[in-house]
Design a binder for this molecule. Structure first.
Ligand code: DON
Length: 563
C-alpha cells in the first residue's frame, strides 16, 4: 500500500467550532486521540493512517458513515478519492496531515467517538446482546396480527425488526428494519408531545386527564372529571388531535404534524398509508361513538369540527415509519427533544418529560402497570405491532412485529423489553442507592481512569454537550472537579458561553459559582474576558442567592460585577 503524500489535499488549519479558550484542552486531548488513532489505524514511523481501517473503526463506535455530523468529512473524502482515482486505486494509507484535513470539520464528534465518550462506550459488545435477544424473540410465534381492518390483518407475522439509536447517534438495526408500517397509536405519544409544545401542560390537560384508565383502549368512558382518561388511549388521542393547530385548514394541520414528525426522525423515512387511512375511516364506529360521546359531554374546545378531527386522527394513525426512522424518533425523546443526529431542538424538554411520564404509566394499553413494574421504561405501543421504547438520556429503540397478545401489544416486542432489562440496568429503579444488581451498565466504560472522566467532563462542558454532562451527574461524577490548572466545568462552559450548561451546573448540580483556577480566575472573570455577559449575570445572580460574596474582578475582567 502506498502513502499518498503526493496527492494530498492542500494542508489547511483545523477548523474547530470550539474556540480559543478551550484549544488547550482540545490540543491536550488530541494528542491522546492522535496516539490512539495511530495505534489503531496507522503507522507512526511513516506518519500515515489507513483510511479504510479508520472508517471501519468509526463504524465500530456506532456512528454511520451517512451520519449528518460527518457530512464535511464525507465530502472531503470524496474530493480526495476523486483526485487520486486516476493515479492509485489502493491508496488506503494517507499522510497524517491529509487525514486531519479530511476530518477537521467534524473533529469534535470524531474525537468523542474515539475517546470512548459516547453513551455506550463498548457499542459492539452491546449490539452483540441486542442480536442475541433479537434471535431469541424471533422464535416466539405467539399472537395474531390486528384484524379490525384488512390492511393490518394481512400483515406478515414473520416480520421482526429492532433498531437502536443512542443519544450520541450510535445506531444498530437488525431484521426487517426498512419495511414501512403504520404508527397507529404510537402516534398518540408524539401528538401529545406536539400539543404540549403548542399549549403547555396546563392548556392540554384542561381537556384530557393524566390517569391510567385501567380500561380497554377504546372503551366508551370518561374519567371522574368528564375528560378522556389520558392521551394514550383512543378518546384522549382524538382529543389531542382536536387540540393540534385547530385554526389551520385540514391540509395545513396534516402538514404541520408531518413536518414535526419528519424533524423528530431526522428526515428519515416517513410515509402515509392511504389504504390504511381509508380502512380506518370505514371501520370507525367506535371512534365515532367516542367522539360523539365526548361532544355530548362537552369535552371538546369550542369550535371543534368533529368530522375533521376524526379524519385528522385517522390520518395520524396511518402515518408510516420504519424501525430505523422510529428509533431516531424515540432517541429524540430520550435526548430531551433534541434530535441526536441533526441537533434539531424539535421538542422542549418539558414536553418530553410529560410525554415520557404518560408513556411510562399509560403507554402499553392494559398492560401498562405490569410493564412499568417489570420493564420500568416509558414506551408506546401501536396495533401495527410497533413499540417505541425510551431509555431516558441513553437511547431510543423501535421494535416492530405484527403478532399481538391479548392486550394489543406485540408479543416479540414485549419479550424483547423484558430480556433487555434482565441484562441491563435500564429499569427506572435499577440504580437505587444500596440496591445490588448483577445487571450490567453498558453506559460505563470498562476501566475509565479518574483523569479520563475528568477530561470528558471538562470536554463536554466546553463543547456544550448537556446530555454528556447529565450522564456525568447521574453517574456520580464530581461536577466541580478541577483539572491540573484548577479549571472546572463551570470555568470552561462560561468561557465558551454555553449559558444552558452554566445554568445546569449552578442550579441542577449546585456547583460552587466562584471557584478559582491556579491563576486566581473565577468563571466570572472568564465570562468577562471571553465576552459572555449572560453567563456572568447568571453566576452573579446565583452567588447572591446563596449569599456568596462576589470578589473584585481581575484586571482584565471587570464587566459584570455587582454594584
Ligand atoms: O383508532 C383505532 O382504533 C386504531 N387506529 C387503533 C390504534 C391503536 O394502535 C390502538 N390504540 N390505542
Amino acid at each position: 500500500m502506498s502513502s499518498m503524500s503526493d496527492c494530498d489535499l492542500p494542508p489547511r488549519p483545523l477548523k474547530r467550532s470550539i474556540s480559543y479558550n478551550c484549544k488547550n484542552l482540545v490540543r491536550q486531548h488530541l494528542v491522546h486521540v492522535e496516539n490512539r488513532l495511530f495505534e489503531m489505524f496507522g503507522d507512526k514511523e511513516k506518519n500515515t493512517i489507513d483510511i479504510s481501517r479508520f472508517l471501519l473503526g468509526l463504524t465500530a463506535t456506532g456512528m454511520r458513515h451517512s451520519d449528518p455530523r460527518l457530512k464535511e468529512m464525507r465530502e472531503n473524502l470524496k474530493k480526495f478519492q476523486d483526485k487520486i482515482a486516476a493515479s492509485d486505486h489502493h491508496a488506503l494509507n494517507i499522510s497524517y496531515d491529509t487525514f486531519m484535513s479530511i476530518i477537521s470539520d467534524n473533529l469534535e464528534v470524531i474525537v468523542k467517538a474515539f475517546s470512548s465518550s459516547f453513551v455506550i462506550p463498548d457499542f459492539r459488545g452491546f449490539c452483540h446482546h441486542i442480536e442475541e435477544i433479537y434471535a431469541k424473540c424471533l422464535t416466539n410465534t405467539d399472537g395474531k396480527a390486528a384484524h379490525y381492518i384488512p390492511q393490518l390483518a394481512r400483515a406478515n407475522p414473520d416480520h421482526w425488526a429492532v433498531s437502536v439509536c443512542t443519544v450520541d447517534g450510535q445506531r444498530y438495526s437488525t431484521g426487517d428494519v426498512n419495511v414501512p408500517f403504520t404508527l397507529q397509536s404510537c402516534s398518540y405519544a408524539l401528538n401529545y408531545a406536539l400539543a404540549l409544545g403548542q399549549l403547555s401542560d396546563v392548556g392540554v390537560h384542561i381537556y384530557v386527564g393524566m390517569e391510567p384508565s385501567g380500561r380497554h383502549y377504546n372503551e366508551l368512558c370518561l374519567d371522574y372529571n368528564n375528560k378522556p382518561h389520558n392521551p394514550m388511549i383512543n378518546a384522549g388521542a382524538i382529543m389531542t388531535a382536536a387540540l393540534l393547530k385547530p385554526d389551520l385548514s385540514a391540509a395545513d394541520r396534516f402538514d404541520f404534524v408531518f413536518n414535526m414528525y419528519k424533524r423528530l426522525g431526522g428526515g428519515e423515512y416517513l410515509g402515509f398509508n392511504n389504504a390504511v387511512f381509508l380502512s380506518e375511516k370505514e371501520c370507525a364506529d367506535r371512534n365515532f361513538a367516542l367522539a360523539y360521546f365526548m361532544r355530548e359531554n362537552k369535552c371538546f374546545p369550542e369550535g371543534t369540527r368533529l368530522h375533521e378531527t376524526l379524519d385528522f386522527y385517522f390520518q395520524l394513525c396511518s402515518l408510516e415509519i420504519t424501525a430505523e426512522s422510529g428509533a431516531l424518533m424515540a432517541a429524540t425523546l430520550a435526548n430531551g427533544g433534541i434530535n441526536p443526529l441533526t441537533g434539531d431542538p424539535v421538542l422542549t424538554v418539558d414536553a418530553v418529560r410529560n410525554t415520557l411520564t404518560l408513556m411510562h404509566s399509560c403507554g402499553m394499553y392494559n398492560y401498562s402497570g405490569q410493564f412499568a413494574f417489570k420493564v420500568g421504561l416509558p414506551s408506546k405501543s401501536g396495533v401495527s405491532g410497533c413499540v417505541l421504547l425510551v431509555v431516558p438520556n441513553t437511547m431510543g429503540i423501535c421494535l416492530w412485529s405484527p403478532p399481538l397478545d391479548s392486550n394489543g401489544n406485540s408479543c416479540r416486542a414485549v419479550q424483547f423489553c423484558m430480556e433487555l432489562v434482565s441484562r441491563f440496568n435500564f429499569h427506572n429503579f435499577d440504580n437505587l442507592r444500596g440496591h445490588f444488581t448483577s445487571k450490567c451498565d453498558p453506559r460505563m466504560a470498562k476501566a475509565e481512569s479518574k483523569a479520563q472522566i475528568l477530561f470528558d467532563l471538562l470536554f463536554s462542558a466546553a463543547a456544550g454537550d448537556l446530555s454528556a454532562l447529565r450522564r456525568h451527574s447521574l453517574s456520580g461524577s464530581d461536577m466541580q472537579a478541577k483539572d491540573y490548572d484548577g479549571r472546572t466545568a463551570l470555568h470552561v462552559a462560561t468561557s465558551e458561553g454555553h449559558l444552558n450548561i452554566v445554568k445546569y451546573l449552578l442550579y441542577n448540580c449546585q456547583v460552587y459559582p466562584l471557584p478559582k483556577d491556579r491563576w486566581g480566575r473565577t468563571p466570572l472573570d472568564d465570562a468577562s474576558s471571553f465576552g459572555h455577559p449572560d453567563c456572568g449575570e447568571v453566576i452573579i445572580e446565583c452567588s447572591k442567592k446563596r449569599g456568596i460574596e462576589i470578589p473584585l474582578p481581575l484586571s482584565d475582567a471587570n464587566d459584570f460585577h455587582a454594584d
